[in-house]
Write a protein that binds this ligand. Structure first.
Ligand code: NAD
Length: 311
């Protein structure tokens, strides 16, 4: 399922073929929740890999040979774990493959908000050379990061990698996490409570998994506690943000800029308020996808499967 993750020649596709018969299904226009389609495709399989296509209890019950589901992603919420467990089906995920890619993308987005490189390059190509024009600086203010506070919500693998980059830019890091590893604290990094992070950060970047309990953690009330002209980055999961509230804050200038790689409904819907909000960058959930991290993803997927088969 979701075979596009395997579709580039020098990825680990061939290694899987050495293990067994492989059939790849690319994601098509069907509704990902259409579980009969999943059963039609992989109903007889012993081993199933998926990235975003859910495998629910309904599908698991209709797959008599199923022994193993490899989730080609950090999270594993696409699989009904209880149903898999009851059937004795092993489920694996790949938590580490995208740490470098997602932390790098976080800074690509932040630097774009600070420098508007894409905009300025397009202007030059249209014939403008605007670096000495007042309007250029009013409408597209350039921002230095050194000396500013980077608030990181969710201080796990990616959050910590983002912190290292932020520190290299001369920023101070304020980390918020349910679980605090105080050994990570240093001159340029301390754990804080959420309210302190909100009120002290110049940039807020989301790196926690999505749970029911933190859905909409960035909303009208939490935005009101933030500094004026804060910048917000989300490379984690779209529903962490109430998009109407963020759009309003962008349009009224409370939030200076936002950049999101993930949105509440993907693919993005035409009426998503962020599409028309001021100074909002949106990318199509690509943070994970450099060639190197996809190769790592597939190598680990094959390694996990081989270990399972050796048991
Ligand atoms: P991780 O498990 O290493 O770290 C997550 C951290 O969040 C943990 O330290 C956990 O204690 C903390 N946390 C959990 N709930 C929290 C809450 N309510 N408030 C604050 N902190 C909380 O995960 P990771 O590898 O760092 O990945 C983080 C997230 O990045 C993933 O859950 C996923 O949503 C996202 N991700 C996105 C892409 C992409 O392509 N955009 C790719 C990979 C991962």
């Amino acid at each position: 399922l979701d075979g596009y993750t395997l579709n580039s020649g020098d990825l680990s596709w061939e290694k899987l073929e050495k293990i067994g018969d492989v059939t790849v299904y690319d994601r098509t226009s069907y509704d990902l929740k259409e579980q009969d389609k999943v059963v039609e495709r992989v109903g007889d399989a012993e081993i199933v890999f998926t990235n975003k296509t859910p495998v629910t209890r309904y599908a698991i019950d209709k797959m008599p040979n199923l022994k193993y589901i490899g989730v080609l992603a950090t999270g594993y919420n696409v699989v009904d774990i209880d149903a898999a467990k009851e059937r004795g089906v092993v489920v694996t995920n790949i938590p580490t493959y995208g740490t470098t890619a997602v932390s790098q993308m976080t800074f690509a987005l932040l630097l774009e908000l600070c420098h508007h490189v894409g905009h300025h390059s397009e202007e030059v190509k249209k014939g403008a050379w605007t670096n000495n024009q007042d309007w250029c600086f009013w409408n597209y203010p350039l921002i230095e990061l050194a000396g500013k506070n980077m608030g990181i919500i969710g201080f796990g693998r990616i959050g910590q990698a983002v912190a290292q980059i932020a520190e290299a830019f001369g920023m101070k890091v304020l980390a918020y996490d349910n679980y605090q590893n105080k050994e990570l604290e240093r001159d340029t990094l301390k754990y804080v409570e959420l309210d302190e992070l909100l009120s002290e950060s110049d940039v807020i970047s989301l790196h926690c998994p999505l749970f029911e309990s933190n859905q909409g953690i960035i909303n009208r009330n939490t935005i009101a506690k933030m500094k004026d002209k804060v910048m917000i980055i989300n490379t984690s999961r779209g529903p962490l943000i109430v998009e109407e509230d963020l759009a309003e804050a962008l349009n009224n200038g409370k939030v200076a800029g936002a950049a999101v790689d993930v949105v509440s409904t993907e693919p993005i819907e035409n009426n998503n308020p962020l599409l028309t909000a001021k100074n909002c960058i949106i990318t199509p959930h690509i943070a994970w996808a450099p060639h190197e991290s996809r190769k790592r993803l597939m190598d680990i997927a094959v390694d996990n499967l081989e270990k399972f088969l050796l048991q």
